[in-house]
Design a protein around this ligand. Structure first.
Ligand code: NAD
Length: 262
């Protein structure tokens, strides 16, 4: 299927690795011109080189910086001639016990996983509406639907973003102008973040990391972890010309792990 977005410009945040990278690769294959960001320049330049070499790839610009800061966002936005597609993403907050978290800890999580996406959306959404095309995808987490006890910072900050987006996406001045805003909710995907989480859990339990990973896979009906490429494929479809009637949704992609009917 031709997704109908070749030649559009996309800003994909936190895209040198993992899920953001999966989204950038899928969009690059569709001929979308990209600005990709990440904090570390070496990994980002390496990722950009791979993106440029993909079949169908167009222009790829790499901007190193922290997307949770105003400077990082300004640099990313300045590199993108116009943002037709925005994929918001940043590292997830650390696990822990809420009894240990002070207001500063909460502010960091809110900046990364709620306020940074909202600031980016604010910067681009009205121009999208004026041009009559816009696709915004926020990478959130399955924890929005089924909270994970040790990830209270993530549960809280991402739920705030989700509630905000639910209202914004339904503004007629956006929806009637072919601007969609959706959230993708990953379950367990094989990325550096998941590997670090599994290593932490194994160390805490005094067990091997393979054993912990196997137990986690058994909790997924698909009996495997997700692959960033399949996450990227969903993102690309949601960003496609065909998905203009899909807005304000929370799309879970978790191998069936969430046990509810809805
Ligand atoms: P990852 O660690 O594999 O990759 C994170 C990417 O983000 C890297 O490119 C890193 O350089 C970049 N990054 C991190 N913080 C940044 C910042 N402040 N500014 C710019 N770039 C930054 O992580 P991932 O697994 O791809 O996860 C992406 C998001 O999805 C995270 O918020 C994570 O919590 C969430 N998530 C992941 C999973 C999973 O199983 N992998 C599940 C649920 C939610």
């Amino acid at each position: 299927m031709d997704l109908g977005i070749a030649g559009k410009w996309a800003l994909v945040c936190a895209a040198s690795k993992g899920l953001g990278r999966g989204c950038a690769e899928a969009l690059a294959r569709e001929g979308v011109k990209l600005v990709v960001t990440a904090r570390g320049d070496d990994a980002l330049q390496a990722a950009a080189a791979v993106l440029r070499a993909l079949p169908g790839a167009a222009e790829v610009r790499a901007v190193a910086g922290d997307i949770t800061t105003p400077e990082g966002r300004a640099a990313a936005l300045a590199a993108c001639p116009q943002v037709d597609i925005l994929v918001t993403n940043a590292g997830g907050p650390p696990p822990g016990d809420f009894r240990d978290w002070d207001a500063e800890t909460w502010m960091r999580a809110l900046q990364a996983n709620m306020l940074a996406p909202i600031e980016l959306i604010k910067a681009v959404v009205d121009d999208m509406a004026a041009r009559g095309f816009g696709r915004i995808v926020n990478i959130t987490s399955a924890a929005v639907k089924a909270p994970i006890d040790i990830l209270g910072l993530s549960n809280g900050a991402r739920s705030g973003l989700t509630g905000f987006v639910a209202g914004l996406a339904r503004q007629p001045q956006l929806a009637s102008r072919n601007v969609t805003i959706n959230n993708l909710l990953p379950g367990a995907f094989e990325t550096d973040r998941l590997r670090a989480t599994l290593q932490g859990a194994a160390a805490k339990a005094g067990r091997g990391v393979d054993e912990i990973a196997d137990a986690r896979r058994q909790g997924v009906p698909a009996r495997r972890f997700g692959d960033a490429a399949e996450f990227g494929a969903l993102c690309a479809f949601v960003c496609s010309a065909h998905a203009g009637y899909l807005t304000g949704q929370n799309l879970l992609i978790d191998g069936g792990a969430y046990p509810g009917t809805f």
